[in-house]
Write a protein that binds this ligand. Sequence first.
Ligand SMILES: NC(=O)c1ccc[n+]([C@@H]2O[C@H](COP(=O)([O-])OP(=O)(O)OC[C@H]3O[C@@H](n4cnc5c(N)ncnc54)[C@H](OP(=O)(O)O)[C@@H]3O)[C@@H](O)[C@H]2O)c1
Length: 309
Amino acid sequence: MSKLLTVFGATGLQGGSVIKYILGHPELSKVFRLRGVTRDVFKASAQTLREKGVEMVQANLNDPPLLIKAVSGSDSVYAMTNCLYPFLPASAAIEIAQGKAVADACVAAGVPQIIWSTLPNTTLMSKGEVRGAEHFDSKAEVEEYIRTLDIKSTFFMAGWLMQNNLGRSKPQFVSPGKYTWWWINLDPDTRIPLMDMRDVGKFISPALLDPELYDKKRLTCATRYYTLQEIADTWTKVTGKNVRLTQSAPSAWPVALQKRLQEMRGLYSVYAYFGPTGPTDLDWTLEQVTEKPTSWEQFVQDHEPWFEA
Ligand SMILES: NC(=O)c1ccc[n+]([C@@H]2O[C@H](COP(=O)([O-])OP(=O)(O)OC[C@H]3O[C@@H](n4cnc5c(N)ncnc54)[C@H](OP(=O)(O)O)[C@@H]3O)[C@@H](O)[C@H]2O)c1
């Protein structure tokens, strides 16, 4: 284990997925030792990672001086931010500051490679037509900043997460055997790129193994594009329950959030999330990876049981 990979968000879904993948990989686990960053090294999830051999260090993305120490000695840093807007307003500036701070820390500490978790710049892509996706644009702004720095950089861009459907977006019970899956008023043929967050390691490992080859490259990450209808139909096929696409939002969804998603509608209906170059970029990325990403059908099977009645 000659190289050190430091992972931000180690206790969360995305960073945790990177760590799990490396630990379980017969070759990568021999190449990389792991350091995980958390704000609280005493929390249970941090302790669990430590028991698995991950060095856990305390740092906060809002505290730049601590970040240099957290990344020191790393060969690669997986950097991500988690500002939960549109749930919390006005945090684009915070996310941009956090992303730039972690990149600056990597440069200051002489880290050779950063992998930044980015998203498309929706305002640029749509010439201002798509609004409400500040949490995309802020990550894209950090990406642009990193491209100017003296460090090898690769950009991991996740599609719409299959895991969203385990939480707030889970189909709602209507009557025994019948469920509805809500999407903002989009045509059932609208295509979205779906990604299983368990697959982050599959997508970034080529860049980890060859930072030079993937320098300044963007990995457009999804299994493939699925239509909304196909997503609903897959639940029906796998679970045996009738899952129907609906345009009526579940009552639990806050009205402000529904409005925000309506604003973002064009990102899906016109720009299919990744934008016009998405299909070509996705094909290129899939040519780079050696392991097949998880299909939506497989994800649904893996997460049974979905429904009680
Ligand atoms: N949902 C989607 O479809 C989708 C698609 C693409 C991208 N994304 C992006 O994915 C991100 C969320 O990732 P996730 O699902 O992995 O989140 P998550 O499971 O909620 O985990 C968040 C992680 O961030 C860490 N963290 C939060 N604030 C921090 C701070 N100030 N300093 C240091 N660490 C901090 C937390 O660590 P501790 O609590 O241990 O400190 C935790 O490990 C968001 O930025 C979102 O925009 C989502």
